[in-house]
Design a protein around this ligand. Structure first.
Ligand SMILES: Nc1nc2c(ncn2[C@@H]2O[C@H](COP(=O)(O)OP(=O)(O)OP(=O)(O)O)[C@@H](O)[C@H]2O)c(=O)[nH]1
Length: 376
């Protein structure tokens, strides 16, 4: 993976170097035009062309050698910027007759640098460029010219501006494409993180909270209870005879039953309640801000809805009911203690004939199909 990434980085760096070389060749051709227009000597154009070839070759070999792979600047952007600045400054001093051409190249060089350099290294390259300019102006400002003395040189000046603008726009466009790509990657990352979070906290089959998430929810509710005394109840819900659905109609039918039961509960619970799959056909409802009596009313409705539901669409003659044990959370106790009480109440509901809500032992009440009865 790392080797692949390095290969990609190297290919990108070489691609960029190719573009820089092409830019240098364009300048060499323009200079050749100025030779024909009688503005400069041919050796300046020749020398410029050779400098482009040598600098490109040196950076090509350096990037290919891979010695910079582990550095923060694997594409050698900073050395390339400095080399280009010094080269333009050198030719500004050597050929001030076409000095404007080397000066406007500074814009292209800094646009190139902005693609890959940090703020610090951009500032350093700006400082180096500024010092080089001071040197160049102090040595050759008296001879600096804007060569528009004949038609050909006018045409070449116009062409050089067009090409420079084109190169700046090209680099700016590259930058905005890179930014778009980064934005897209960030969005994908956020999506992936959301998915990971979902996988960690959601039950895959029913898309409600899973056991792990339930424990976190209960810990939060416990703290809230300890701080402000906001009451909450824990109810454990279990389908009666669910195993026979699997055995007689297959796992897929069993899955549909579980999903449907979740929908029944969701229709009856309040938005502030939490619903989790504890495992298999066992579910937990955390009823917040609710007393046991209030909770029982909602749970009775769940029992009634489950009993009335037409389960036969998942398998001939399926009849399903739910047993539920409920307890309130009490001061000073642990989640485990409350949970055990709810579990005992569920056990009581099963033992008392199923299809009912049973309130935890020391509350001494249960219900049967909506009718509250004493059971403990
Ligand atoms: N289809 C399906 N079945 C599951 C899943 N997870 C657990 N089960 C099955 O659910 C059944 C739960 O067993 P029990 O709790 O004994 O089922 P029951 O028949 O409802 O028993 P009682 O609660 O005593 O009425 C087992 O057969 C498990 O294989 C699941 O994700 N999908």
């Amino acid at each position: 993976m790392k080797a692949q990434r390095r290969k990609e980085m190297n290919a990108m760096a070489l691609g960029m170097l190719g573009r820089v070389a092409l830019s240098g060749v364009l300048d060499a051709l323009l200079l050749w035009g100025f030779v024909h227009a009688g503005v400069i000597q041919s050796d300046i154009a020749l020398f410029y062309g050779m400098a482009v070839v040598v600098v490109t070759l040196v950076f090509y070999l350096l990037i290919r050698s891979g010695f910079q792979r582990r550095s923060k600047d694997p594409g050698l952007t900073f050395p390339q910027v400095v080399a280009a600045l010094l080269m333009q400054t050198g030719f500004l001093i050597l050929a001030p007759q076409v000095g404007y051409l080397f000066l406007i190249n500074f814009f292209v060089i800094y646009a190139f640098g902005a693609l890959g350099l940090s703020t610090f290294w951009n500032a350093v390259s700006w400082l180096i460029g500024s010092l080089a300019l001071v040197l160049a102006f102090s040595l050759s400002s008296a001879h600096l010219q804007f060569p528009v003395s004949n038609n050909l040189s006018q045409l070449l000046v116009c062409l050089s501006f067009i090409l420079t603008l084109g190169r700046c726009i090209y680099l700016a466009n590259m930058m905005s494409r890179m930014q778009r790509k980064i934005t897209e990657q960030n969005q994908q990352l956020v999506k992936a993180m959301k998915r990971v979070q979902e996988l960690a906290t959601r039950d895959e089959l029913t898309n409600i909270e899973n056991r792990r998430s339930l424990m976190e929810i209960l810990a939060v509710e416990q703290k809230r209870f300890q701080r402000g005394g906001t009451p909450f109840c824990i109810a454990i819900l279990d389908l009666d005879g669910f195993k026979s659905v699997n055995d007689n109609f297959g796992h897929a039918a069993g899955d549909m039953v579980l999903k449907t039961f979740v929908e029944i509960v969701r229709n009856e619970m309040r938005l502030s309640d939490h619903f989790a799959r504890y495992g298999g056909d066992e579910f937990v409802l955390v009823l917040t801000g609710t007393t046991v009596q209030e909770g029982v009313t909602a749970l009775d409705r769940i029992c009634a809805e489950t009993e009335m539901y037409d389960w036969s669409k998942f398998g001939k003659d399926i009849i399903l009911t739910a047993s539920i044990g409920i307890t309130d959370f009490r001061p000073g106790e642990s989640i485990d203690e409350a949970f055990q009480r709810a579990d005992m109440a569920l056990y009581g509901a099963k033992a008392a004939g199923r299809n009912r809500v049973m309130i935890s032992p020391d509350t001494f009440e249960s219900s049967d199909g909506g009718t509250t009865i004493r059971a403990f």
